[in-house]
Design a protein around this ligand. Structure first.
Ligand code: ATP
Ligand code: MG
Length: 369
């Protein structure tokens, strides 16, 4: 099994590209087992669900249903996404997809909408068929549930996917029991949690090392003033954060619109101040951004005055969202936090932002949740 995740992982540790991490080694063993089981895997024939049977209240799967994958959860920077990518690249399946969970749900909601428009009574089976045609292995990064529309369909969606033989690997910051915590109508969500626990191996990746933090080290995460030196420092921080991971854009669905992060890699996003605060984005957009990444590299934060008061307000909202979601913020700015804002109405509100910016530079940020 030359290109299994185990040999890849060991090779990268041996050549010094990765720091040895026993908790990761355990997770790699799980991934290696799944790799072996995937070799030559052909999915069971789909068991058609009888028309009109909502099914989900009943037994979700046969008692002897095989494990359908792995759910890796744990704190930020533990290496979940990296290990999943390593597994994914070598996975011996032709039809495989790696998706950001949020983007996937966006696709599902669009598919449901299209199926409804075409007059189908129950839109989920055709949507599941389409997903199953495209992939036998689905790898989800950043599995989390915030949206009630998603929460209410996930049970039947995953039941349909598992019935079609799909194998699932997911990374998340939360144990399944903690998903959609305090969500509206959570009672209806509980069968989905039960299904995840029944079908997936739930594994905690809880090593002591936040590798993102370790890679950033004593590096300044708030670089000022702006200029070539700041640009170089930001470039170096981005390299340390992403370690050469492939960059791709990420489209987030927010209240029916789409918000694009142009550069996303290794759980981190990179953007210019003008992109995020110069455009007409609001709290929901910033929340979606903060929930989608673990670190944000934000370049060229200006000083604020009356002329850019709107941008200042957006920046306050952005920092609040990042703070609440415990995102690591790395930025280049025209001045230290306390001197970014001198005058006007926003200055008062900005005191909290400055204080948060300072806290977010500290050793203890982000705090363990
Ligand atoms: N053993 C390691 N040695 C060196 N770098 C590592 C190691 N493990 C992970 N990293 C690096 O640390 C960074 C964070 O890893 P990764 O994105 O996989 O974490 P994560 O657990 O998915 O975090 P999050 O919960 O925030 O998504 C990445 O740049 C990754 O390449
Ligand atoms: Mg991750």
């Amino acid at each position: 099994m030359a290109d299994g995740p185990m040999s890849r992982y060991r090779a990268r540790v041996a050549e010094g590209g990765l720091v040895a991490d026993p908790a990761q080694a355990l997770a790699v063993e799980k991934l290696q087992l799944l790799h072996q089981r995937l070799d030559g895997y052909t999915p069971a024939r789909p068991r058609r669900v009888a028309r009109g049977l909502l099914g989900f209240g009943r037994k979700a799967a046969k008692p002897d249903a095989p494990l359908a994958g792995l759910y890796l959860y744990g704190g930020v920077g533990r290496g979940k996404s990296m290990l999943m990518d390593m597994f994914f690249e070598g996975a011996p399946v032709r039809r495989k997809r790696r998706v950001h969970f949020h983007g996937f749900m966006q696709e599902i909601q669009a598919g449901i909408h299209a199926a409804r428009m075409s007059g189908v009574d129950d839109p989920l089976p055709p949507v599941c068929d389409e997903i199953a045609e495209g992939a036998l292995l689905l790898c989800f990064d950043e599995f989390q549930v915030e949206d009630i529309a998603d929460a209410m369909i996930l049970g039947r969606l995953f039941q349909g996917l598992f019935q079609r033989g799909l194998v699932v690997v997911a990374t998340s910051n939360r144990h399944p029991d903690e998903l959609y915590r305090n969500g509206l109508n959570r009672q209806s969500f509980l069968p989905f949690i039960a299904l995840l626990k029944e079908r997936l191996d739930i594994h905690a990746l809880e090593g002591p090392t936040d590798h993102r933090r370790r890679a950033l080290g004593a590096r300044d995460v708030y670089v000022t003033p702006l200029g070539p030196e700041a640009d170089a420092a930001i470039e170096a921080a981005w390299s340390a954060l992403t370690q050469g991971a492939r960059e791709a854009p990420l489209d987030l669905r927010v209240q029916g619109r789409s918000v694009r992060l142009r550069r996303v890699a290794a759980g981190a996003a990179r953007a210019d101040f003008a992109e995020l605060c110069g455009a007409a984005l609001g709290p929901a957009d910033y929340l979606a951004i903060a929930n989608a990444v673990s670190a944000l590299v934000l370049e060229n934060v200006p000083c604020f005055d009356r002329r850019n008061a709107t941008e200042a307000k957006r920046f306050v909202t952005l920092v609040d969202a990042l703070y609440e979601a415990r995102v690591r913020l790395i930025c280049s700015a025209a001045a230290p936090p306390d001197l970014l804002h001198g005058e006007g109405d926003v200055a008062f509100a900005f005191a909290r932002t400055a204080s948060r910016l300072i806290e977010m530079q500290g050793e203890g940020w982000p705090p363990a949740s």
